[in-house]
Design a protein around this ligand. Sequence first.
Ligand code: PLP
Ligand code: KYN
Length: 416
Amino acid sequence: MISRNDCIQMDQADDLANLKNEFSLPDNVIYLDGNSLGARPKAALTRAQEVVTQEWGMDLIRSWNKAGWFDLPSRLGDQLAPLIGAGRDEVVVTDSTSINLFKALAAALHMQAAQAQTASRRVIVTERSNFPTDVYIAQGLSRWLDRGYHLRLVDAPEDLHAAIDRDVAVVMLTHVNYRSGHLLDMKTLTAHAHAQGAMMIWDLAHSAGALPVALNDANADFAVGCTYKYLNGGPGSPAFIWVAPKHQTQFSHPLSGWWGHATPFTMDPRFTPDPGIRRALCGTQPIVSLAMVQAGLDVFAKTNIEALRRKSLALSDLFIELVEARCAAHPLALVTPRNHAQRGSHVSITHPQGYAVMQALIARSVIGDYREPEIMRFGLTPLYLGFTDVWDAVEVLRDILDRQDFNANQSRDAVT
Ligand SMILES: Cc1ncc(COP(=O)(O)O)c(C=O)c1O
Ligand SMILES: Nc1ccccc1C(=O)C[C@H](N)C(=O)O
């Protein structure tokens, strides 16, 4: 069995170990929640100071031009694009994932309704276990359109193929499931959706910055995702939206605000969409928060996503192996697939007292989170975690379980 010393040696041999220095993390905390809120890049503080004191404080309104605030959604989109297999002028960083999904779904339904072969289709396919906001947005939009659109909720990844048939207008899937950590095969599912005449939207919330994504190669239609998880943009930092180049001129969504206009400062009462990806914008962006996204993205310029993926899988393999070996006496069950091709960058494990056990871990500075039902989630973020951290985290888990050192009557916080 792997020892702590082995882990120390693995850290010493790890080319990516230095990247941890790019982040500010409290001493003695083992942070296993980068899948929900990424750690703070050190550069974020300097950047925030610059934006607040110089750009806002001194340059005031001039910063929309001088500091490039107005172009920031596109500049950051271009910087993010290579991480998701997209090109220049294909991505903007803006709004929230929920809102971007609304735009993408509205645009996809609109495009399908405009084609004779697909106009009568009314089914939107997603997974029942998708992150609830995705399901809610699709339900909300369907209700609002009032044209009979409805969701087909699929219960298991292996049932997706059969559920995507010729009644389907749009398939809307999350690449890595927030709860199970299950990674879907983007290329195969996209090809199948297209073969059935459906359009394909991917939510990359748990894959952007966590593993290589190849949107153009997979021939996907639209994608959205957030920047506050593996991209380390900060709490509530704006999300992104990608529109395949071939769809950009038809991409039309109902949130046609002035930032999506071709010439916003002509103040024309008629809406003429920007010819390119900026038509996906709506209105004024939270510049201070948006500026932090750059600090997160800059870290990726110092490494590459393939190397990060290799380390992420090595960390999650180690975590699974150690939990199974050291906590074998306890009622734990692995939810996340063992197969690398089906695993994202977090590992989910159930325990009947999952919430209480997670609170006990957090009290001992091993920070993960909890999702219903009974799931403890552990994010294995290769940018700032080492192999010894994994060993130490499992040791704390073992100790808590062996000594039953958790409070089964633990009351729930608002955020779990
Ligand atoms: C798959 C997925 N989509 C969307 C979201 C969140 O969307 P929003 O940032 O709009 O709250 C999350 C997590 O919060 C998520 O896991
Ligand atoms: N945005 C948040 C705000 C508060 C608490 C959690 C989140 C998350 O991002 C949850 C995450 N999407 C999840 O996979 O559970």
